[in-house]
Ligand binder design. Structure first.
Ligand SMILES: [Zn+2]
Length: 237
């Protein structure tokens, strides 16, 4: 520390710590306080990025070390955002699709993950020029998702889901899950999904943080002859 420039020194007496020193003390106090109350492994907002610095996913701030992050968690900005998020979650609680959709099978859902909202999305209808099969291309935007966390897709029948009651067998649901985002469900016609490689695929573009999913439906004819050798391709050929 540069004692020459310390406030008070030039007037001949120590005593008064500089503003800088006070801030350092304060940060250290806050860091200790935070360490007592926060387990970084369980903090849903704590994120170590690929360049080795730390991010608060709630406030979208960057910190050079964990101490600085911890001090941040005690600050007004983070506390305000926490309160705001809690209020929002309470409001949305009843509409949390994931809980409702997975119902009793929600074992895999970690309770300490706080959801940060739904991804933006685009859907394009497609038609295979050769087979005339109808399809859909989904584009979901996950700007705050960690690059190594690829979203997951799961199809669910009308009877498996718990959101729409009574279930309508003319529909099925495509779920896209990527924590800490809320799980999205798209309601699709109940026609069988063609699982061949070029007809059904997903791709996580970790650079632009966009998740792509392309779904092609079997035609009525293909559904009818599905599994009959030589007539229509079966699942996962
Ligand atoms: Zn924060």
């Amino acid at each position: 520390m540069d004692y020459q420039n310390r406030a008070g020194s030039k007037f001949g007496g120590g005593g008064v710590a500089s503003k800088e020193a006070t801030n350092a003390d304060r940060r250290e106090r806050l860091r200790k306080l935070a360490l007592e109350t926060i387990d970084l492994d369980k903090d849903p907002y704590f994120f170590k990025n690929h360049v080795g610095s730390f991010e608060c996913r709630l406030c979208l701030t960057v910190h050079q070390n964990d101490g600085s992050y911890l001090a941040h968690t005690q600050g007004r900005k983070h506390q305000t955002n926490l309160a705001r998020r809690a209020a929002k979650d309470a409001q949305l609680g009843k509409r949390n699709e994931e809980g409702a959709f997975t119902g009793a099978n929600a074992i895999a859902v970690r309770k300490n993950v706080v959801k940060i909202g739904r991804p933006g999305y685009k859907i394009n209808k497609t038609r295979d020029p050769v087979t005339r099969q109808l399809g859909l291309t989904f584009q979901l935007q996950y700007p705050d998702l960690a690059p190594e966390t690829a979203p997951k897709v799961r199809f669910m029948s009308a009877y498996e889901q718990k959101v729409e009651d009574p279930p309508d067998k003319n529909f099925q649901y495509m779920l896209v899950a990527a924590e800490p985002y809320e799980t999205c469900a798209f309601k699709l016609q109940a026609r069988e999904v063609d699982r061949r490689e070029d007809k059904y695929w997903t791709w996580w573009d970790s650079d632009s943080k966009v998740f792509w999913a392309h779904v092609t439906f079997k035609t009525e004819r293909e559904e009818r002859y599905s599994g009959v050798p030589g007539l229509a391709p079966s699942k996962g050929r």
